[in-house]
Ligand binder design. Structure first.
Ligand code: APR
Length: 229
């Protein structure tokens, strides 16, 4: 029986694939006001801006590839039962070959009905337009969890962390809840590894920091995890 390895990832995981983070130098929230592009109020007030923001990011995603870090996490599946829990809305974990990926904040390549949130569709191509309607005739919106909206995937994520034998955190500043709070659901004495060139605020005992970018950091993580197989 393979040990359960849970990996919580954030924007830093995709940075080496050319996808911008949010709170780093040059991050998205330096250029855009989050209240203008990532809240339900923004969608009501200026849907064109919100639509363009996500169309631009979706277009860039089509030009991006999984990086060494994504692939390194897939290689860990040989020795561990790996569950990715990501805050990222890109599909780079899936395209790298990850078997189990749970998206906390939605998925850029999916859209959903503005009236029936359970009507979710794969978007064909990168551009969502006004007039693109769900099967019941209501406008489609990005399938993204905006600030102030519920995070339904937490119901599934919490038990996964509670059952983890090892927790890995890659590329997240741990600024956003409830995602950042997941760390506190691990059982006593579960080892924690954090891969990030800048140490995020993790103050639990038994944490190993690997202060590297994801590509190099996950390679070093693999070596360290060999002792825990
Ligand atoms: N490899 C690993 N980590 C990196 C790299 C890299 N190449 N580059 C940057 N980082 C780290 C940064 O040091 C930082 O700790 O990734 C983290 C990025 O933090 P944020 O930009 O805040 O991204 P994230 O934590 O994923 O944001 C969480 O906020 O805006 C919302 O919904 C959005 O999911 C997002 C959430």
């Amino acid at each position: 029986m393979k040990k359960k390895l849970v990996v919580l990832t954030g924007a830093g995981m995709s940075q080496e694939s050319g996808i911008r983070t949010f709170r780093d130098m040059g991050g998205l929230w330096e250029e855009y006001d989050v209240t203008e592009v990532a809240t339900p109020e923004a969608w009501e007030r200026n849907p064109e801006l919100v639509m363009k923001f996500y169309n631009d990011r979706r277009k860039q995603l089509y030009e991006s590839e999984p990086n060494k870090g994504h692939k390194g996490l897939v290689e860990l599946e040989q020795d561990f039962d790996v569950q990715i829990i990501t805050q990222n809305v890109d599909d780079l974990h899936e395209r790298a070959g990850a078997s189990k990926v749970l998206h906390l904040h939605g998925e850029l390549k999916k859209v959903r009905s503005t009236r029936y949130p359970n009507l979710i569709y794969d978007l064909d191509g990168w551009e969502l337009k006004f007039g693109d309607l769900c099967e019941k005739g209501y406008q489609l919106r990005p399938h993204i969890v905006w600030f102030g909206e519920m995070v339904p995937a937490m119901d599934e994520a919490v038990p996964l962390v509670e059952q983890a034998d090892i927790l890995v955190v890659v590329g997240t500043s741990l600024n956003v809840y409830p995602a950042a709070g997941l760390l506190h659901y691990i059982r006593e004495d579960v080892p924690v590894f954090v891969v990030d060139p800048e140490r995020p605020p993790v103050y639990m005992k038994g944490v190993t920091f690997i202060e590297e970018k994801a590509g190099e950091g996950v390679a070093q993580l693999k070596d360290k995890l060999k002792q825990l197989i």
